[in-house]
Structures are given as structure tokens and as C-alpha cells.
Design a protein. Structure first.
Length: 308
């Protein structure tokens, strides 16, 4: 279940982030299919992956609730969960959104910009549906509503950040032999565009993370964090997020200006290699964070274990 949750987080966040990236980081002519950052096939693959993992995750959930192997699922119980529970409603919304995104990618012949907008909105809806299958979905009342909105903003901001990393890795790929590569200059300019968006995303992640932590853990339980598996994993997540922010700062203030200088001198290979290595480290840290989030979702928060 942890592996399925990890795959679902990863596929949905990349679907959101990659679809959104050209809309804010590239100029309109550069968004045309195949000119700078062709994403259609990549987005189709992530849509199909998310659909498959959603189905598998639901079947595993039903099997776990029934205490039976996945091959012996009671379909009547599955139907009841789908139609009568919050988890079922969230799953149906997610499947509808992902199906819509896939249909747009496969069948829509409109402009690439319109396709990206539609996919980004559908994917954001699908990602937001995960809130009702996690800890925030179990929250009730006004505080529960605040927690759910906070969790949605937290995930969407993280998706934009993760999608930006993936897009830059694609932009900084070596060009096919014999072809000039204007993508480096575009990639450098897009890094400047992303720096503003990234700052907003990091601010949202920090603020909503603090709010979610207060709701789930509570300041009164901070001293006991390391005494629980949930607390230990949460601290590990916070440390890795801090490392990601340091890498992002290095990219913004050191490696990006270095790339600009190398481009002006006509010898960008060393600067590009350094930036790609840093982005790969950032992507690795993001993967580790998502793995921890997938694991944390299967554990009881510290607040729920605190003595009254």
C-alpha cells in the first residue's frame, strides 16, 4: 500500500506540475507542440499510471477492510464503499478527472495551451481528491475544513515545485546530434520565471506544513515526537525539505547565474552539468519526501496517541 501511495502521489504531482510549467515559464510560441518542451506523450503516460494505481489502491483498500486477499474481493462491499463513503466519492472524482485528462491528451486537437490548461485543472482535481483518503479527510467541523484546504494547497504547491524540477531536467538535456539547442537559453530564462513561482510555492508549503503539523501533532506533543514512528518520519521529512530548499537556493543564486555567464562565453557544458546534478539531487530528495509522506499516511499521528 505504501508503494502504491508513493506511485500515486508521484504520478499525480508530475501530471499537475508538468502540465502547469509551460503555462507560467514559457512564452506562448514556445508552448507549441514539439518546439521546446514536448510533453504530450509524457503526460499520457503519467495519466495512465495514475489511473492504474488508483484502481489498484482501491482494490487493496477494500481487501484490507475485508481482511481477505485482493483476488477474493466482495464486489457488493466494493459497491457500497464507492457509493456510500467519502473515500468512494473521492475515488470516483479522481477517476473522472483522470479520465478527462487522458481524453483531452489523446483526442483534443485544439491548441497546446488549451490542452495544458485542461490537463492541469483535471490533474489538480485528481490530486486534491487524495485529501479525503488521508488524515485531513478524517478531520471534522470547521477545523477539519481548514485542514483539508491547507492540505490541498500544500500538495498543489509541492506539485508545481516537483513539476518544475522535472521540466528543467528535460530542458537541459543534450540536444540530438547535429542540432543547435536553443533550449539552454530558454531554460535559463525559465529558471528566472520559476524563481518567483517557486518562492510562492515554498512559502505555501512552509505555512501549510506548520498548520497541518499543529493540527495533527500539536505543539504540546513536540517533545515526544521522537518517541513515535510517526514523529521520527515527520522529522526526517522536515530535514529533507530543508535540504531541498538549500539546493533550490544554490540553483537560484549560484548555478543559474553561472549558466548565464557560460552561455555568454559560448561554453555552457560545465555549467549545464553542474545544474543538472543539482536538479537530480533535488529530485531525489523530492522522491524521498513523497516516500515518507506515503508511509506517514499509514500511521496514526502523534496527536491521536496523546493522553487526554
Amino acid at each position: 500500500m505504501i508503494a502504491v501511495r508513493l506511485g500515486l502521489y508521484l504520478s499525480l504531482m508530475l501530471l499537475v506540475g508538468l502540465a502547469a510549467f509551460p503555462l507560467y515559464a514559457l512564452r506562448r510560441p514556445e508552448r507549441d507542440e514539439g518546439t521546446v518542451l514536448p510533453l504530450r506523450k509524457t503526460l499520457i503516460c503519467w495519466s495512465i499510471t495514475a489511473i492504474i494505481l488508483s484502481i489498484l489502491g482501491f482494490l487493496m483498500l477494500v481487501a484490507g477492510m475485508s481482511g481477505i486477499p485482493i483476488t477474493e474481493i466482495d464486489w457488493q462491499m466494493s459497491r457500497s464503499i464507492l457509493l456510500e463513503t467519502q473515500i468512494g466519492t473521492a475515488w470516483l472524482v479522481r477517476m473522472a478527472a483522470l479520465t478527462a485528462a487522458l481524453a483531452v491528451l489523446v483526442f483534443c486537437d485544439g491548441s497546446n495551451q488549451q490542452r495544458l490548461v485542461a490537463v492541469a485543472l483535471a490533474a489538480a482535481t485528481a490530486l486534491s481528491s487524495l485529501v479525503w483518503t488521508g488524515h485531513a479527510g478524517a478531520s471534522e467541523g470547521d477545523l477539519g475544513s481548514i485542514h483539508q484546504v491547507s492540505d490541498i494547497l500544500h500538495m498543489l504547491a509541492a506539485a508545481i515545485w516537483l513539476g518544475g524540477i522535472g521540466a528543467f531536467l528535460l530542458l537541459l538535456k543534450p540536444p540530438p546530434e547535429g542540432q543547435s539547442d536553443s533550449r539552454l537559453a530558454i531554460g535559463h530564462r525559465a529558471l528566472d520565471e520559476f524563481s518567483r513561482v517557486g518562492t510562492v510555492c515554498v512559502s505555501i508549503i512552509l505555512l501549510t506544513g506548520l498548520l497541518n503539523g499543529q493540527i495533527l501533532v500539536g505543539l504540546q506533543n513536540v517533545p515526544q515526537l521522537l518517541d513515535t514512528a510517526y514523529g521520527q518520519l515527520l522529522v526526517a521529512k522536515i530535514l529533507i525539505v530543508g535540504a531541498m530548499m538549500l539546493l533550490a537556493a544554490k540553483n537560484r543564486w549560484r548555478l543559474t547565474p553561472g549558466l548565464a555567464l557560460a552561455l555568454s562565453e559560448g561554453n555552457p557544458s560545465i555549467a549545464v552539468t553542474a545544474l543538472r546534478k543539482s536538479l537530480l539531487l533535488e529530485a531525489t530528495a523530492a522522491f524521498a519526501i513523497l516516500a515518507l509522506v506515503a508511509w506517514l499516511g499509514t500511521l496514526e499521528p502523534t496527536a491521536s496517541m496523546a493522553m487526554p
